[in-house]
Design a protein around this ligand. Structure first.
Ligand SMILES: NC(=[NH2+])NCCC[C@H](N)C(=O)O
Length: 288
């Protein structure tokens, strides 16, 4: 019997600087169409959302993330494991807002955020104006008015249930926001055995949370292994170490799903990052 994973593609690059990172879901779906036999009969059931054609960037994102949140909310309410394929990483605002809405209380969610960046800016502090540098602030309830208008819910992650790992590029203002909120940050240079780091994170969150999610920005991975991202930063965790870590935690009963973001086909090298995305999905969801 095939194992069916509900998969939401959020085909938008509106939050990032590049114009091609919205294609990840379609490209991954195509890769599965060409080679559909997956490990252990894993099957992805695709739902792909596209932004509206009209309106301001922020209004289009608000609408898109509202729709995305309805999917994850429904899946969580029904106890289904899911996969989300962004889009730029601002898609996390839709994904995890929906998860919290599907839970009896937002405090039941623990989120592990794997990223080279902190993504904890607001419109007041952003150096680039790019919303993909802001989803963490929004999810923690630390957004400014303009950012909150994009965020689709009024429930937020509790800072002690949010953990950021792999960071190696950030600006002082976002670091200050996380420090004030008391969020735990594990910098890339502090990681020696990532499987141990991830296992410890899952164990820690599982003590107080009923549901745990993982949000992966592909730029968490070293650009040597994942060159196809919008904002690469050297010194990341190698792909093998990430795969070993995902394999080590994937059977934890509280894990509700994985989100993968920031794939940029324009800077990929011979399909390396696309193949890695597929391997990540198979490693995380296949039964063995
Ligand atoms: N999701 C990402 N790739 N974020 C990168 C953000 C980079 C920089 N801190 C900015 O705000 O512009």
């Amino acid at each position: 019997m095939a194992k069916i994973i509900q998969t939401l593609g959020i085909a938008s690059c509106l939050g990032g600087p590049m114009r091609t990172c919205g294609y990840a879901a379609e490209m991954l779906r195509e890769a599965y169409n060409l080679k559909p036999v997956l490990q252990n009969g894993l099957q992805l059931q695709w739902h792909i959302l596209y932004p509206k054609k009209e309106g301001s960037k922020e209004a289009r994102l608000a609408h898109l993330y509202q729709r995305a949140s309805e999917f994850t909310r429904f899946w969580v309410e029904n106890g289904r494991t899911f996969l989300v394929i962004g889009g730029d990483h601002s898609c996390a605002m839709g994904t995890w807002a929906g998860v919290m809405q599907g839970l009896p209380a937002s405090s039941e969610l623990g989120l592990i955020w794997l990223d080279a960046h902190m993504d904890a800016h607001t419109f007041a502090t952003t150096p680039s104006g790019n919303i993909h540098g802001m989803p963490v602030a929004a999810l923690l309830g630390k957004g400014d008015e303009r950012l909150n208008a994009v965020y689709p819910a009024d429930c937020f992650i509790h800072p002690e249930k949010f953990l950021l790992a792999g960071v190696r590029s950030y600006e002082p203002a976002e670091n200050a926001l996380l420090k004030t909120a008391n969020v735990k940050v594990i910098f890339a240079e502090q990681v020696t055995d990532f499987a141990k780091t991830l296992q410890a994170a899952v164990m820690q969150l599982s003590e107080t949370c009923s549901v745990i999610g993982i949000s992966l920005d592909l730029d968490f991975i070293d650009p040597e292994d994942a060159p196809g991202v919008e904002t690469p930063v050297v010194g990341g965790i190698r792909a093998d170490a990430l795969l070993a870590a995902l394999a080590a935690v994937k059977h934890h009963p509280k894990l509700c799903g994985l989100e993968i973001s920031e794939f940029n086909p324009e800077s990929d090298q011979q399909g390396k990052t696309l193949r890695l995305m597929r391997t990540i999905v198979e490693t995380f969801y296949a039964d063995t």
